[in-house]
Structure formats: structure tokens, C-alpha cells
Design a binder for this molecule. Structure first.
Ligand code: C2G
Length: 711
């Protein structure tokens, strides 16, 4: 092998093509590597790419599809080996090195490496020189090889006979078939060479895969016909049959339904049935198709579907709740019913609480109902006499019939809201940590990046309104949630309390409730959660790194410490031996009340500091795992160290030293604090609830005014 050509067809993915090209340029190997970019249809990016990458060979063609683009690419390629790279994918960091090494060992005419989704970058860093990871083997072809040529390096000679015809679909099959017909063996390498970018939401653009429709079925029938006619080798014919049958089994029915015309459906169905008739199969589904009667086939599908849904219904009892929900949705909507939920029903708190208090006072005509995960305390019951338990019979009824939902976290997608319901998503913090669609990797239990983002996106499409705490959050919420409806840039209702009158009275009331001695100053420690420290789905642990012994010994005379864990932390804090100094306030409803009574806040990457800043009191950032958190777990939207208005400390004794001299030390952060307040805290003034509700209930606000004027 003397040189390699990488062929990149580009169609509507110009912005991503740069990453694809760069991933080839980043490979450092000893033999020449040529990049051939084929623009499949006119593009405004051609000059841009030519200027940015002068060493690339650029080809322009009228829009003919990816197969024609690859074929033209091969004709222009000078390398004796060829790799096809889609413009929205990338070569893995050591791809070319891997191919060359495998070639040296095997002299293979086709070398096939592994494919991995791009988000799974960790896998790419397998040590290549370690023979445990780098195997190669001679492999026999099988029908699976007809489905994709991603990850292949192919001797160019084998591509000279690519048939010339137009097709939108199955470009990979045509190429693979051409290659397979000339070979008996291939070399496969157990190393990742190809990074596939899976699209998780429509915002990422549509992949060819998503664009498939009924014409894909006519194409497969046509291509199968042509290739079968060409094939003399019995074994290759067997692959073709299996490939065809597998495709029809997996996608046939769905694609058949992606047509608006019955005649087209029946016609395509018959074409496929004709092909299937010539290939005996054990599958009942394929047998039903090959009878050639569309009506019979539909009957068969209905029977299978019914059987399957009965089986799942039996397996999953939760279906009952959903059935109730759907049933209640048939009843009329209640125009005056407003539902509130905070942190999935775990507390009476946050933005929903502030809005609730406001509505309760100003709109007695509304029926206000809280959702709780467990039976609340008597105190909460007194504040919220109307409440339901999450997932109870009444819960589904209220969810189905309420005109308004006011929630601060995402809701399960299975509870899709009805059209008439107005869903106000208040969210629960200014983002620092990358969030939703902006996250690169997802380390949470029970999900992966694609599933997580898809879910997030679909859930956010349900929100009619979203509250934004500051201008900074607007843009982030749009990209992180893919949110396109009405953004209420009003500031946070939950911070109204921080601007309340008679704070002294309120503060002593809260301290008494918590049994905190009136003469002690208060340090509040409120850290966030760590994505990778999960116990189970939605449950996390927290290892306390603050040394309470040391803190009590040095600060105990003057201070008490309140430990406030994030609501996702499932375990209780161990404060035994520190009674009277440390208080576990994790289950205390509203953190805003804890802000109010605290003299100093210790936090980390939690959004609590955006809210606490309103009080303009000192803050300490206890960031013992900053590097890991910022680089591996989440990543931040801004330079954390540069922006936060307090010291970043990693050891308990540094924290204590700082607290001992808090008055003098915090002066140094005043300027930073002022800048911080201006950027993140300029909207709140104690009336955010009013601003939000004026948007949500404009007609009621109007009628109150009218009532007054008629009096
Ligand atoms: N919170 C709390 N106690 C803590 C931490 C957080 O009561 N120890 C509450 C605060 O109201 C905080 C909110 O939960 O603002 C969100 O917590 P974060 O630590 O910021 O983490 P997360 O739930 O991941 O939300 O856009 C904001 C992000 O989504 C962060």
C-alpha cells in the first residue's frame, strides 16, 4: 500500500464537514493521505472549504445522491486504498495508523475496523500497541457486511467496477456487493476507527435514515433484482437473500406505512411479495407477506400487535396509571385548576411555591393543588390544604384535567399534556454546568447521551412557557432544551422572598423552627450532586469532604453549620458527635429560607450561588474535585474561576482560615461580586412572581382592573 484516499461526500452537512476533514488531517502516518471532498449539489461552502483546506481535492456534482458522489470520488482518487467517510462523522484518532498496521500484518484487500458513536470517546483511547486490544483476523463475508461500509478501507482496484445507476438508498450495499463479489476473505480489526455522529433531536438535522420512506422499499426490491441477476456465486446470492429478508423484517412494515397512497402501498407490497416468494423463510411475518395478499398481511400484523400489547400490559402494571390518565383526558378540562409540583414532588419549595403563594392571595377563584411524592408534614398540609400523591388515582385525574401545570422539573413523556393545558416550566436554576442537549457525555445511571437528549428535547417541546432568571440564561435554555416557545425573562419568583419586608422577624422565626441558637452565626453548606456517584436511577450518594471535627473545634464557639444536600442525594448525612454544631437540613422544604438565615454560603458548582448572591453575603467555593467535574462530568458554560465571587478552596483548613477572617478577606472579592450581580442578578426585585403571573393570567389581571374601575 502506497497511499490512502479518504472520500467525503457532502450534502447539507457542510458545517460538520470541517470536523470530518480535520479528523483526517489530525492523523499522523508515514504514507501520503489524500482527502477528496465531493459536494453533492451546489453549496455556498465550496469556496470556504477550498480556502481552509487547500490540500483537499474538491469535486462538485449536481445532486445525485451519496452513491454517485462516492463513485465520482473513487474516479478522482489517487490512493491505492480508499476509505469512505460521511461528512457528519469522523475518523477515530488512530484510524489510519490502525489500518496501516493491520495491512502490514495481513496484506488484506479490505480491512474493516470497528465503529463507535462519537459520544463514546473513551473507547477510542484503547492503547493500540497493547496486543490485548489490537487483534486482527481473516473473516469470511456474511450478509451483515452488506449493510454498511463505514469503517472499511478498500483496495481501489476492487472499486473500478462499481455499477453506474441512480439510487437514493443502499449505496453501502452496492459498494459492499461489488467488493464481496471479487473476494473471499477480509481482515477485521478489533479497534475503533470510525466515529458515528448519531442525531438525537431534529435540531441536529435529519439523517438519511430518518428520511426513509416507502420508496426505500421499491429501491431495495430494484437493487436486489439487479444484484441477483449479476451474481453467479451461490454464497453471495445467499448473503443477498438474507440481507433483503432482514431489512424487510426490521423495517418493511414501518416503511410501507410511510406512504399516503393506498395504491402505492399495495403496489410496493406486491413487488416485495414477489421477491420473497422466491426465498423460503421460517419467519411467519415474511410468510404472511409473501402470500401477496395485503389484506391478509394487515390482519396478521393486527393479531401480532394485539398479542404483544397484551403481554406488555401484563408485565408492566404501571400501564394502569397511564390508562387512567388517558381516560380522564376524555373529561372536560377544568379552567380554574392549577397544579404545582417542585423537584418531582419532593418538597413544597422553589418557584412553584412562590407562584402558589401569590396566586393563593390574588386569585381565590382558582383551585390550587400541590403534587407530593409522599404525605407531607402537618405544617405543609396547612399551607397546601389541597394536595395529591404522585401516581395516585386522583393524581392522574388532576393531571388530565388541569388547565395549568406549574412545575420546576421535567415530566415523564408518558404523561403527555393535552393540547389545552398550559404548561409553565419554571426550571430550577441558572445554568453553570452544561445541561441537556449541550452536554457532551452523559454519565447518569440508566441512560446514554442519545436517549437522554432525545428525551430532554421532547419533554421541553411540551412547555408553553419557560421562566428565565436572567438574560444570560435565555440563550442557554434555547440551546440546552431546544426550547422554542415563550421565554419569560422575569427573574426567579423563588427569590422574591430574599427581598421580603421584615426579614429580621422572618429570620428569627425560621431559626426557632430549626432549633438554632439565636446567638450563633450560620454557615450553610449546599453542594450539588455528582453525575457518576449514583446508587440507582435518580438516586445519588455524597461523600462529605468537609471535616466536621476540625470545623467544630475551630469555629464551634461562633458558628453552626447547616448541611444541605441536593434533592437527588438519597442518603442521610452522618452528624453524630456534632449535635448542636452541625444540622442536617437536607429535608427542609425551601432552601431560600436557609439562604435568608445564613451568614456565609459554602457551595461548589450548584446553581445555589446565583440565588444566594442576591443577599450580597460572602460565598466560599469548596471545589475539591473541580478538574474532574469541569472536564469529565459536565463542563461549564463559563470560566468558573474567573467569574464566581469568592475563593476556590480544596481543603477544610483553608475554608476555616477563610471563615476566621471573613470580613477582611471578602473585601478582595467585592469588585467581582458587583460584576457578578450585574450579569446574573439584575432582574430580581421581589416582584418576579407578579411578572410571571401577569403573562399567564392576562385576562384575570385585566378583569381585576376592570372590577376596580366599576366600583
Ligand atoms: N438545591 C438545594 N440544595 C442543594 C443544591 C441545590 O436545595 N444542596 C436546589 C436549589 O434551588 C438549586 C436547585 O436545587 O438552585 C438546582 O440544583 P443544582 O445544584 O444547581 O443542580 P441541578 O438540579 O442539576 O440543576 O439550570 C440549573 C441546572 O439544571 C442545575
Amino acid at each position: 500500500m502506497n497511499s490512502i484516499s479518504v472520500i467525503i461526500p457532502v450534502y447539507q452537512t457542510e458545517s460538520q464537514a470541517k470536523a470530518a476533514i480535520q479528523s483526517v488531517l489530525d492523523q499522523h502516518v508515514s504514507i501520503p493521505v489524500e482527502i477528496v471532498v465531493v459536494f453533492d449539489g451546489p453549496s455556498s461552502y465550496v469556496d470556504d472549504i477550498r480556502a481552509l483546506y487547500p490540500t483537499c481535492t474538491i469535486i462538485e456534482q449536481s445532486h445525485q445522491g451519496v452513491y454517485a458522489a462516492r463513485r465520482n470520488g473513487v474516479q478522482a482518487a489517487s490512493g491505492d486504498y480508499v476509505i469512505f467517510l460521511d461528512s457528519d462523522d469522523i475518523l477515530a484518532p488512530r484510524a489510519l495508523y490502525t489500518y496501516i498496521k493491520a495491512y502490514e500484518k495481513s496484506r488484506g484487500e479490505v480491512i474493516i475496523g470497528k465503529i463507535s458513536p462519537v459520544y463514546n470517546k473513551k473507547k477510542w483511547l484503547m492503547p493500540i500497541d497493547d496486543d490485548r486490544y489490537f487483534f486482527y483476523s481473516r473473516t469470511k463475508f456474511n450478509s451483515r457486511h452488506l449493510t454498511t461500509i463505514h469503517g472499511w478501507m478498500i483496495k481501489k482496484e476492487l472499486l473500478q467496477t462499481l455499477p453506474s445507476f441512480e439510487t437514493t438508498w443502499f449505496a453501502d450495499t452496492l459498494i459492499a456487493h461489488t467488493v464481496i463479489s471479487q473476494l473471499t476473505n477480509i481482515t477485521s480489526v478489533n479497534y475503533i476507527v470510525y466515529g458515528r455522529n448519531s442525531r438525537s433531536t431534529p435540531l441536529d438535522g435529519q439523517s438519511l435514515f430518518q428520511l426513509r420512506d416507502i420508496t426505500t422499499l421499491s429501491d431495495i426490491s430494484r437493487i436486489y433484482g439487479i444484484l441477483s441477476a449479476e451474481t453467479k456465486d451461490e454464497e453471495v446470492q445467499k448473503f443477498l437473500n438474507t440481507w433483503y429478508k432482514r431489512f424487510i423484517s426490521k423495517r418493511g412494515r414501518t416503511l410501507l406505512e410511510r406512504s399516503s397512497s393506498n395504491t402505492q402501498q399495495a403496489e410496493v407490497f406486491n413487488h416485495v411479495a414477489y421477491d420473497l416468494k422466491r426465498m423460503p423463510s421460517k419467519s411467519k411475518y415474511l410468510q404472511a407477506w409473501s402470500t401477496g395478499s395485503y389484506a391478509m398481511f394487515k390482519l396478521y400484523i393486527t393479531a401480532v400487535k394485539t398479542k404483544r400489547s397484551l403481554r406488555t400490559a401484563r408485565r408492566k402494571k404501571i400501564k394502569n396509571g397511564l390508562m387512567l390518565y388517558r381516560l380522564f383526558q376524555k373529561m372536560p378540562i377544568k379552567d380554574n385548576l392549577v397544579l404545582f409540583e417542585s423537584f418531582l414532588g419532593r418538597s413544597y419549595s422553589d418557584n412553584p411555591k412562590a407562584l402558589y403563594l401569590h396566586l393563593k392571595e390574588k386569585h381565590p377563584e382558582l383551585e390550587l393543588v400541590w403534587i407530593f411524592a409522599q404525605e407531607p408534614s402537618d405544617e405543609v398540609k396547612e399551607a397546601c390544604p389541597n394536595w395529591v400523591l404522585r401516581n395516585s388515582f386522583t393524581y392522574y385525574q388532576y393531571m388530565a384535567r388541569a388547565k395549568y401545570w406549574i412545575f420546576n422539573t421535567r415530566q415523564p413523556l408518558s404523561l403527555k399534556k393535552r393540547e389545552e393545558t398550559i404548561y409553565l416550566q419554571t426550571w430550577h436554576g441558572t445554568p453553570l454546568k452544561r445541561l441537556g442537549l449541550d452536554m457532551e457525555d452523559v454519565h447518569m445511571a440508566g441512560t446514554n447521551a442519545i436517549r437522554y437528549k432525545k428525551n430532554f428535547y421532547n419533554q421541553a417541546q411540551e412547555w408553553n412557557y419557560l421562566i428565565s432568571p436572567n438574560a444570560y440564561s435565555n440563550e442557554i435554555f434555547k440551546s440546552a432544551f431546544g426550547f422554542q416557545n415563550t421565554m419569560l425573562e422575569t427573574g426567579y419568583p423563588r427569590n422574591d422572598l430574599l427581598y421580603a419586608d421584615n426579614q429580621a422577624g422572618l429570620i428569627s422565626e425560621i431559626k426557632t423552627r430549626l432549633n438554632i441558637p439565636a446567638d450563633k452565626k450560620i454557615v450553610l453548606y449546599a453542594p450539588t450532586w455528582r453525575d457518576d456517584e449514583f446508587i440507582a436511577r435518580g438516586k445519588y450518594r455524597f461523600d462529605l469532604q468537609l471535616n466536621l471535627n476540625e470545623m467544630q473545634a475551630r469555629l464551634g464557639d461562633e458558628y453552626v453549620v447547616l448541611l444541605r444536600m441536593h434533592y437527588l442525594i438519597a442518603q442521610n448525612m452522618d452528624i453524630s458527635g456534632h449535635e448542636g454544631f452541625a444540622y442536617d437540613v437536607s429535608s427542609y422544604g425551601d432552601i431560600a429560607e436557609l439562604y435568608l438565615i445564613s451568614d456565609i454560603l459554602i457551595t461548589d458548582y450548584s446553581s445555589v450561588f446565583f440565588d444566594y448572591a442576591h443577599l450580597q453575603r460572602p460565598m466560599i467555593f469548596f471545589t475539591y474535585d473541580l478538574e474532574k467535574y469541569a472536564s469529565t462530568l459536565r463542563g461549564f458554560y463559563f470560566d468558573f474561576e474567573e467569574v464566581v465571587p469568592g475563593p476556590l478552596l480544596k481543603e477544610t483548613d483553608q475554608v476555616i482560615d477563610y471563615i476566621e477572617q471573613i470580613d477582611t478577606k471578602s473585601v478582595a472579592y467585592q469588585e467581582k461580586y458587583d460584576r457578578f450581580l450585574e450579569r446574573f442578578c439584575s432582574l430580581d426585585d421581589g416582584t418576579a412572581s407578579e411578572r410571571v403571573l401577569a403573562e399567564l393570567f392576562p385576562s384575570t389581571a385585566q378583569s381585576t382592573v376592570e372590577d376596580e374601575s366599576t366600583e
